[in-house]
Write a protein that binds this ligand. Structure first.
Ligand code: GLC
Ligand code: GLC
Length: 808
């Protein structure tokens, strides 16, 4: 069942009923100010850090779901309704929500009145603006009262939800004209406030939640609105809100627009006050003046559209399969931008208070983002590397506001360091900016202890080598990519987190995943070492990799697939000898991507085992059989009920590794088939089962052992976005930047016969026409009409256009 459709021309997903199987959301904002907004207007916004600078209060895990943040009420005579459907669940004559690239438009109509809210965060602004357009579609005059509503979060979202003894006494507001200022804590250590204004005179306002709603009322029954009378309340403590009341008269056929601005403003300390006790509102007035006319907002929409067009045209595909085109051209890169911006912090499944930027996650997010805005990728790399420790290990997470490592989570995830090499290599391949390797970057943010970025990579690489176990395979530490495979944890108490609790000292638990990751990383690392003039280091690195590969083949092969790990006691994990959890996806994907076993048939065998044992119609599950009981020696993975999350769920992040591995062994049909099983656009028709947004990837889909097989959770913030982009664009469509040229090596099987790709890279444009006849052993290329050897097209000077014909 479907709840809407793609509008490819407008680059929007059009939701045609408010009753979607889950709130379907969008993200507004590009750099500093972000909003989450659902198709019924729920959500919240924040400046840079979803925990420390949250403007709107939002209640997670609430019932009903997704109330709060913002709302808009219309009073038409005695009839009160909400055009976004929520929070009143008004019966609407029509409803439509268009989630686009950084814009969301929600329109509802009832009794001859249509109300359309267009939301965006304009480029360069720290504000969410909303154009409300009211249209009288009836044949009589309409006299309406419109009530806006936002509920302010007292900035620190964690404190806001826990520290009521303090918070019920600190709320403060100021009013000036049509603008409501949220100034809680401004009198002391904050130099920032929020403003909520509208470009029109108002008939009244409210700033105290209890006065506006009534103490025992929900957002669906606000007393002030139901009675049609704003109370002009001034919040003092309790829960500050912002609500304007507008009186609007519309002749038949008449339309009127209003612009609401919800902004974040920071003042210099010396300019905090206008006069004693009165907040300096100058920057807020300037902000509102920039949106005092509807035309200014429309210009901002156009600017945002152009911005996205110029980003998306960097890499496009035209194929006969419109679902493929819309994923690759629009929605997948869009999600990559969002994961780059948010890491795993704020979504409808991540509270914005729990997690900072992940070292591992952010490095992987770069892979799908780097071609979009390389300058931001560069900064991110420096930020991430600055949290690395001098021994090469890394904080698992850092806070975006301070850019400092997060002590609550600490370190010890032994795959973390290698992701830095993978992220940096992707950046240099895309940009050719080898200079970044010579940047001085601190360890643990200590400016007194710095080294070149290349030295950071060297320490990453050697960290793995210095932490090998009894079989010569990398020690796993707290966990590797699979956060829930906690082989040194032995947790018996429900009150301690698996990821941070004291681990047993042991140097036995080894990860075949990290071993594969090491072999995968080495060629790039060695090339970069050579580039830096460290030829011996490059040679040594390649030798280490050969040894690692030998160790995998000798101790990491189970007969039909790659083992997953050795546990604390030296027992095998992911072997046919195990009670459950006999085969895991991660080492099959990563070892084959690294080329391990490709020459001797083991790679094929491992991938066939994946197909036989792990592949399901909804994607590839993480392991089989699912753990049916808790294994204290394996940790969190066995804590999940069978079929969910890391216990045999379809953890979409790792599916693209298998797709890429399939292309490594030349099986494009299989790679593309796996792709279609998890890519949103192909799942649109089963949205009732899948439940999350059909335009983005979700982290997890319940696996075949689950009670709710096929149901997705945790949409948006997942490494699936970046990796699936890499799988489809770089390996299946087969166009990928390497250090010395653009690789053109499609591997998509027979279904997609011909396609074209346009790819900008390092300032030149490559127009690639692929005739996918599958007649040849490998792709045959003609570059600007000349037959060439191999599949690597040397980079052309910036400004040039290169025409490539590729026949497979
Ligand atoms: C989550 C984490 C990621 C981890 C994965 C598997 O998505 O963000 O770091 O690799 O789970 O456990
Ligand atoms: C839980 C999740 C996993 C996540 C980890 C760290 O274990 O299952 O996906 O990465 O927490 O927060």
């Amino acid at each position: 069942m479907q709840y809407g459709h793609f509008d490819d021309e407008a680059r929007e997903y059009v939701i045609t009923t408010p009753r979607t199987p889950y709130p379907w959301i969008n993200y507004l904002g590009n750099e500093d100010f972000f909003s989450l907004i659902s198709h019924t207007g729920g959500g919240y916004c924040f400046y840079r850090d979803a925990r420390f600078r949250r403007l709107l209060r939002y209640r997670y895990n609430n019932s009903p779901t997704d109330v709060g943040g913002r709302a808009l009420y219309i009073r038409d005579g005695d009839d009160v309704w909400t055009p976004a459907w929520m929070p009143m669940k008004s019966e609407l004559d029509s409803f439509e929500c268009r989630h686009g690239l950084g814009t969301t438009k929600i329109r509802g109509s009832r009794n001859g009145v249509s109300a359309e809210m267009l939301y965006l965060v304009p480029l360069g602004e720290t504000a969410e603006v909303c154009r409300l357009t009211l249209t009288n579609e009836s044949s009589s005059v309409k006299t309406l009262k419109v009530f806006s509503l936002v509920e302010f979060c007292l900035w620190n979202a964690w404190d806001d939800q826990t520290n009521f003894q303090r918070n019920f006494s600190i709320g403060e507001v100021e009013i000036e004209g049509s603008a409501i200022y949220h100034v809680t804590e401004y009198r002391e250590r904050r130099n920032h406030y929020a403003v909520f204004g509208v470009n029109s005179p108002i008939a009244g306002f409210d700033t105290d939640r209890e006065t506006f709603l009534g103490l025992y009322n929900g957002l669906h029954e606000p007393e002030a609105v139901l009675e049609g009378a704003p109370r002009n309340s001034i919040a003092s403590g309790w829960a500050p809100i912002g609500s304007h009341c507008l009186e609007v008269e519309l002749a038949p056929g008449e339309s009127r627009s209003f612009v609401f601005v919800l902004g974040y403003v920071e003042n210099p300390v010396e300019d905090k006050w206008e006069r004693p006790g009165v907040v300096n509102k100058e920057p807020a007035r300037a902000l509102m003046a920039r949106f005092s006319e509807t035309a200014q907002l429309e210009a901002a929409v156009a600017e945002l559209r152009d911005h996205w067009s110029s980003l998306l045209e960097i890499s496009t595909v035209e194929s006969p399969d419109e679902r493929l085109n819309r994923m690759v051209n629009t929605w997948n890169p869009y999600q990559c931008m969002v994961t780059f911006n948010m890491s795993r912090s704020a979504s409808y499944f991540e509270s914005g208070i729990g997690r900072g930027m992940g070292f591992r996650d952010s490095n992987q997010d770069l892979l799908g983002f780097v071609h979009l805005v390389p300058e931001r990728a560069r900064q991110r790399i420096i930020d991430i590397a600055s949290t690395q420790f001098a021994d090469g290990s890394a904080y698992h997470q850092y806070q975006p506001l301070t850019k400092r490592g997060n002590n609550d989570i600490g370190s010890g995830f032994n795959d973390d360091p290698l992701w830095l090499i993978i992220g940096v290599a992707a950046y240099i391949k895309e940009t050719g900016d080898f200079d970044i390797l010579s940047e001085e970057v601190p360890f643990d943010n200590d400016e007194a202890n710095t080294a070149t970025l290349f030295e950071h990579l060297r320490r990453s690489f050697h960290f793995t080598l210095e932490n090998l176990g009894p079989h010569g395979l990398p020690l796993i530490g707290r966990a590797d990519w699979n956060d829930c495979l906690n082989l040194n944890c032995f947790s018996e108490t429900p009150d301690e987190p698996y990821q941070t609790t004291a681990n047993r000292e042991g140097r036995t638990a080894e990860s075949i995943f990290i071993a594969g990751q090491f072999v995968y990383t080495t060629p790039d690392y060695a090339d970069l070492a050579e580039y830096m003039g460290f030829a011996e280091e490059a040679t040594a690195a390649r030798e280490h990799s050969t040894q690692m590969e030998a160790a995998i083949l000798e101790h990491g092969w189970d007969g039909e697939w790659f083992l997953r790990a050795y546990d604390f006691f030296g027992q095998k994990v992911g072997s046919h000898e195990c009670e459950d959890g006999q085969i895991f996806i991660e080492p099959q994907g990563f070892c084959v991507m690294a080329g391990v076993g490709v020459d001797d048939g083991r790679a094929l065998r491992a991938l066939d085992s994946v197909a036989e044992r792990l592949a399901t119609p909804y994607g590839i599950v993480l392991n089989q059989p699912a753990f049916s009981r808790y294994h204290v020696e394996l940790g969190e993975i066995s804590s999940y009920p069978p079929g969910y999350k890391e216990n045999a769920g379809i953890f979409c992040h790792n599916n693209p590794w298998v797709m890429i591995a399939e292309t490594r062994v030349g099986r494009g049909d299989r790679a593309f088939d796996y792709y279609k099983r998890i890519a949103g656009a192909y799942l649109e028709k089963i949205s009732d089962v899948h439940r999350t947004e059909p335009y983005v990837y979700s982290q997890m889909v319940a696996g075949r052992d689950a009670v709710r097989e096929g149901e997705a959770k945790n949409s948006w913030l997942t490494g699936t976005a970046a990796w699936n982009y890499v799988a489809i664009a770089h390996h299946i469509l087969g166009i990928r930047p390497e250090f010395d040229g653009l690789r053109v090596s499609p591997c998509i099987g027979a279904e997609i016969q011909n396609f074209t790709v346009s790819r900008r890279c390092r300032g030149a444009v490559y127009r690639i026409r692929v005739t996918n006849s599958l007649k040849h052993d490998g792709p045959l290329l003609k570059v600007n009409g000349e037959t060439t050897k191999g599949t690597l097209v040397p980079y052309a000077p910036a400004g040039e256009t290169v025409d490539i014909d590729c026949e497979t």
